[in-house]
Design a protein around this ligand. Structure first.
Ligand code: NDP
Ligand code: GDR
Length: 326
């Protein structure tokens, strides 16, 4: 039985990847950072909380990573842990650099020390393209990070490439464009919108306050994307891949479509609030995943329309259940 270790098991992608690997017959070890209350809600939502073996690990603590690798002896490590919220990275640039940037290097170092045969996946991001306006962006597009988060991800990305070239570690970097789901954190714009729609629909809120409505993103479905992570580690050679749908939509469009799902007009509820504007924003991201399609045989399954509908439905169900409405 193959063993995988996932850092960031409490996050959106950690949960879906764990579910995917369990179905593939893996023994899944989920690394979480110790806190007064560990959030296992997403694993519980997917009904896999009991099947994942939880191990404490902090990305900032090299010793804890080494101990976990020695104990678990995984075949594959998926490094999904990060301070992943771009807006917060402007307020906490140092912490973001430590966790999102250096944290990945701690995992690579631990692999080099414990067993360089362990395969490594790094969760890189389309945010690394930042201000680049020639779209669609692919593996050859240069990076122009526009936030402390994106700059930290660029560092982790190049260190992944370096460990591959310098030490022969099977290290892959997946440059994933935004991917969403009912398990997306409530701070991110898609989930903030679908949660807002559900709360407005059931009378719990009167408005939804958002920032930059013009930003355009290539939004895919998280459940589709985790398969690509696994595929990267099954290839004969390690490499880097863009994972995207190739379609861009604005925040405004996402909001309009979400409100339309419940028969409401978004303009009656959305209020633009400067507090949600960023010091520097990324206006347009749209990816070209043709390398992944040709080499990995990967392509997205869920359309933008299906994604919005699925997220709105899930939030309507959740709010309805919390109110005891039938
Ligand atoms: P989430 O924010 O949902 O999850 C992040 C995870 O990292 C959480 O489990 C969190 O744990 C953990 N974490 C944070 N700091 C530490 C630390 N010091 N030590 C150990 N664990 C830590 O992110 P997603 O699931 O959405 O994304 C997964 C990865 O992919 C991230 O690296 C993200 O930057 C990257 N990415 C995401 C994209 C997306 O669209 N979702 C697109 C491109 C890249 P805790 O519960 O304790 O906070
Ligand atoms: P992003 O996701 O920054 O792309 O990073 P987010 O959903 O936070 O923002 C997308 C765009 O929407 C605009 N926006 C708002 N964003 C938030 N969060 N809240 C608002 O009220 C709001 N109004 C408008 C933002 O300005 C931005 O332009 C996500 C994270 O998952 C990263 O970890 C990952 O690397 C990238 O996606 C790819």
């Amino acid at each position: 039985m193959k063993k995988s270790l996932i850092t960031g098991i409490t996050g959106q992608d950690g949960a879906y990847l764990a579910q995917f690997l369990l179905k593939k017959g893996y023994r899944v070890y989920g690394a979480f950072r110790r806190s007064s209350t560990v959030n296992l809600e997403r694993l519980a939502y997917l009904g896999i909380k009991e099947q994942v073996e939880l191990v404490p690990l902090d990305l900032l603590d090299l010793g804890s990573i080494i101990r976990v690798l020695e104990n678990v002896q995984p075949d594959e490590v998926y490094n999904l842990a990060a301070q992943s919220f771009v807006a917060v990275s402007f307020d906490q640039p140092v912490a973001t650099g430590r966790i999102t940037g250096l944290g990945a290097v701690n995992v690579l170092e631990a692999i080099r020390i414990v067993n360089p045969k362990i395969k490594f996946y790094q969760a890189s991001s389309s945010e690394m393209f930042g201000k680049v306006q020639n779209v669609p962006q692919n593996e050859q597009t240069p990076f122009y990070p526009r936030s402390p988060y994106a700059a930290a991800k660029v560092y982790a990305h190049w260190m992944t490439v370096n460990y591959r070239e310098a030490y022969g570690i099977f290290a892959c970097s997946g440059i994933l464009f935004n991917h969403e789901s009912p398990l997306r954190g409530l701070e991110f714009v898609t989930r903030k919108i679908t949660d807002g729609v559900a709360r407005i629909k059931y009378g719990l809120a009167k408005e939804l306050r958002l920032g930059n409505l013009e930003a355009r993103r290539d939004w895919g479905c998280a459940e589709d994307y985790v398969e690509a992570l696994w595929l990267m580690l099954q290839q004969p050679q390690p490499d880097d891949y863009v994972i995207a749908t190739g379609e861009a939509h604005s925040v405004r469009e996402f909001a309009a479509r979400s409100f339309a799902c419940v028969g409401l007009n978004w303009e009656d509820y959305v209020v633009v609030d400067p507090q949600f504007m960023r010091p520097a924003d990324v206006e347009l991201l749209v990816g070209d995943a043709s390398k992944a399609r040709h080499v990995l045989g990967w392509k997205p399954k869920t359309t933008f329309e299906q994604l919005v509908e699925m997220m709105v439905e899930a939030d309507l169900r959740r709010v309805r259940d919390s109110l005891g409405v039938r």
